[in-house]
Every structure is written in structure tokens, then in C-alpha cells.
Design a protein around this ligand. Sequence first.
Ligand code: IMP
Ligand code: MG
Length: 177
Amino acid sequence: MIKIEDLDFELFIPEDKLLIRVKELAKAINADYNGKNPILLAVLNGSFMFMSDICKEISLAADVSFIKLASYSGTKSTGTITPLLGLSKSLKGRDVVIIEDIVDTGKSMAYLLDLIKRENPKSVEIASLLVKPEALKENVTIKYRGFDIPDLFVVGYGLDYCGKGRNLRHLYQKREK
Ligand code: IMP
Ligand code: MG
């Protein structure tokens, strides 16, 4: 068990299981984009570890890019998305694969899809390490999904609680008191 600020967390998905699944997702992307050069667009900050690990398993001539959005406050999604760092590469005519840590309500993803589609890419797909199907409120199709998890708050492997816990190598879940 670990403590971050006022909350207790217990081990949920260890690094070895995360990495096995990340490799499987990369394999599917390698097959689907064979002969193409997609842009892997990671959503900061939460996806930095997932991006780093999945990138290394992608054998395509892929471009790597980052965008930064913020929507969370503590353990709750606020529903208000703030772009903190914009798109730096043109997406026009490109195959875009969004690399996301977690889709919770889906509001950030719906916002991002809208932003990306305005750039006229050739295609857009989503790779999300985690999905909380019970929390999902938006109609977003996640083609590459690592784990469907219950509506619990998680930290580690890039995900934070109040800015802490991102550097943990395993994924932890909030312990119910
Ligand atoms: P959404 O807009 O509600 O789908 O929230 C998406 C963003 O909130 C994710 O990209 C994460 O950065 C953050 N988030 C959602 N659930 C969790 C969680 O359980 N732990 C940490 N961050 C989360
Ligand atoms: Mg995120």
C-alpha cells in the first residue's frame, strides 16, 4: 500500500502486465498501419509513460507529437478542458493515432477529436491504455484499448493525484475507506 497526500492506494496493475498489454496494442497498430507513417499524438501529462513504452514497440516510420490538455481537479473530472500546449505539427491529410492514458467521462477526448478533425486529417483513431466504461458519457470509439477498468480513481504509470504519483512504475487504485 502507498499513501499520496490524504489518500491510500493499493497495487492494481503491475508494470509487467501493463507492458504485455502495451506490446499487444503496438502489434495491432503496426499491423493496421503497415506501409503508412502515422502521427502518434500523445496527450500530456498522463500519457507520457504509455507513449514512451508503446513508441518503442512501433515499427512504423511514425511521427511523434504531443498536446497538453487539463481537465482534472483532484479525483474528479471537471468537464472543462483547458488546452495548455497546442498542436505543433500539421495533421492535414495524416493518419493520426491519439495516445491517451485514460478515457474517463470522455469529455477530454471528445474535445480533442473536435480539435483534430478541424485540421482535416486523413484518419483519426484512439489508443487508450485505460477506459472506465461506466464513467463514459461521450460517444467516442476507442479502437485500441488496454484495459477496461471499474470507475475507480487510479494513479501511477503517468497518472497523478494532485500532481503526485506519475513516476510510479505500477498502476495503483484508490483504496475505499
Ligand atoms: P475525461 O475527460 O473525464 O475522460 O478525463 C480524462 C483525463 O482525466 C485523463 O486523460 C486523465 O488525465 C484524467 N483522469 C481520468 N481518470 C483518472 C484517474 O483515475 N486517475 C488519474 N487521472 C485520471
Ligand atoms: Mg490524459
